[in-house]
Ligand binder design. Sequence first.
Ligand code: MG
Length: 268
Amino acid sequence: MTVRIEAAIFDWAGTTVDHGCMAPVAAFLEVFRRRGVIVSAAEARGPMGTHKRTHIQTLCALPEVARQWRAAFDRAPTAADVDAMFAEFIPLQLAVLPEHAEPVPGCLDAVAALRARGLRVGSTTGFTRAMMDVLAPEAAKRGFAPDVIVTADEVRHARPWPDMCLRNVMELCVSAVDACVKIDDTIAGIEEGLRAGMWTVGVVMTGNELGRTESELAAMDPSERARLRVAGHARLRAAGAHAVIDGIAELPAVIAAFEARSRSSRAA
Ligand SMILES: [Mg+2]
């Protein structure tokens, strides 16, 4: 096992920017609403992290969505329906992305600390390249600019397949997959890292598990916030994450712990 971590590969929305992973949710609800199908925010968050077209397809398969669709159209949704909704989703998503580029608390300091230790910084996302062409320059203006961005439409298989992570390995010139840490706020993103053979870290409070902006999180009833925190940690741990943290401010310490675990397992 590799004893030195060489790269951190970050997810975008809910992990490094867009506290609560808010940007995609409203756009998903809208494309279904236009067809008389009401999807809840909780339902819309379920497949988060996957390619946005896949995400729409997954929502169509939910029993309650399928039921409403049959009531409206007297048939099941088809691939052409999914294509049409994805086509409408794209401009809705592009329009709001600049408002969702703010780095989450602790992001810039954590990335700076990792770079100071010589780590390279990669990224993967469920967004397409056209979406990242809007989001990435806005995030860069605010101080977050990874060395590599691989998008869901640039690989044969997006999450939960490992393709985007493995392309990061090659583009970042990392010597081994287990010298990488994948950091993500969704189950699909944790699975992507695991399938790539990487260390994986789940983030809870800034991400899709809580689904709250920074101000919404601060205004939450503390007992409700604590309940969702515990549930979110449990879900990402159950997805197989090697560590689960509240936000990426904690990441440098976690990476040091992974390196210590590697050293002790090699010694054993
Ligand atoms: Mg995310």
